[in-house]
Design a protein around this ligand. Structure first.
Ligand SMILES: Nc1ncnc2c1ncn2[C@@H]1O[C@H](COP(=O)(O)OP(=O)(O)OP(=O)(O)O)[C@@H](O)[C@H]1O
Ligand SMILES: [Mg+2]
Length: 302
């Protein structure tokens, strides 16, 4: 198969591993910077170009699109899709996962349990909004936050109110959640490939913090997802339409809750901690999907 990896940086661990895994399996692999792809679109025909040359003949594409280039990156990916190229994570699925409110709504609508979450727009509604959630402690999260930055714990209602007012003053978009104390600062990253959790890693917050992000000093350790956790993770990824996803779960008294579904999960920490060849699993899944697409008679890229 001729495989494109859409990634801004070929030197990143995840990109390097996918290239290596593809080449080991006899595929032709090219890393393309999505921001260097440009295109002409006309009724019924396209020209997708890269550094002065037309891109053609790709059977599959693995998108590794960072949050800062979501819009342009998914437009490029959509062009590959329109040209008949197979992708484990379609552009629409990535957009669903990136929009936290939308992802939460979809997951909840499909019966996937999350920490109870509220959001609203008008300051006049803040008191009722917080009442709707229940008593503190509350976790307040910026929708644009990542790696634990912008995730706050408020122990008192007055604190929740002031944080919400301050964020409104800054025109920040945020959600407020119930604090799942039973999780005790731990979460479980489940790496979903197709219908399976191929690797899992437990992250534990440092003493005195409730956020388990490795960037906040959290510790990672190998872990095995239970059948229940694996089923929730696979269902969450499938609900958003992602065949490759990092699903973060926290344990609660009522079972595993989904915190986040990441459409471009990093391979470095989890491959090292688990010893699993995740890149290989992704390439094999993608190769299978590309073959099925060919057999089902859908047009391959011109
Ligand atoms: N409702 C909650 N109750 C208890 N702990 C939570 C809750 N929400 C988040 N946490 C803890 O805080 C950490 C960071 O939260 P979260 O993953 O939602 O934000 P982020 O990592 O900054 O953003 P993202 O994962 O979307 O990039 C989680 O890994 C978890 O350990
Ligand atoms: Mg997170």
């Amino acid at each position: 198969m001729k495989l494109a990896i859409l990634s801004r940086n070929p030197r990143l661990y995840s990109t390097r591993r996918l290239v290596e895994a593809g080449r080991q399996r006899g595929h032709v692999v090219r890393v393309l910077d999505p921001l260097r792809c440009y295109m002409r679109i006309d009724a019924g025909r396209f020209d997708l170009r890269y550094k002065g040359r037309t891109l053609s003949g790709f059977d599959a594409v693995i998108p590794r699109i960072g949050a800062s280039v979501t819009r342009y990156g998914t437009a490029v990916l959509r062009q590959f899709e329109l040209m008949g190229c197979h992708t484990p994570n379609p552009s629409d699925a990535i957009l669903r996962a990136r929009d936290k409110l939308r992802a939460h709504q979809l997951l909840a609508a499909h019966g996937i349990d999350l920490p109870a979450t509220v959001f609203g727009d008008n300051p006049d509604d803040t008191a009722d909004l917080l009442a709707l959630l229940g008593a503190p402690p509350h976790v307040i999260k910026l929708n644009e936050g990542s790696q634990g930055a912008g995730v706050m714990l408020t122990e008192k209602l007055s604190a929740s109110q002031s944080v919400v007012e301050a964020l409104r003053g800054l025109y920040a978009s945020f959600v407020v959640q119930e604090f799942v104390e039973e999780a005790q600062g731990a979460d479980l990253r489940c790496f979903v490939v197709g219908e399976r959790v191929v690797a899992a890693m437990r992250r534990q917050a440092p003493e005195g913090d409730f956020r388990s992000n490795l960037h906040r000093g959290g510790q990672a350790a190998a872990a095995t997802a239970t059948a229940e956790q694996a089923a929730v993770a696979v269902r969450a990824a499938a609900t958003l339409g992602l065949a490759v996803a990092g699903v973060d779960l926290i344990g609660s008294a009522r079972g595993p809750l989904v915190l986040e579904v990441n459409s471009t999960p990093g391979l470095e920490g989890i491959e090292q901690v688990s010893g699993v060849d995740i890149a290989g699993a992704i390439v094999e899944l993608v190769a299978c999907g590309a073959v099925n697409r060919k057999h089902s008679g859908r047009r391959a890229a011109p």
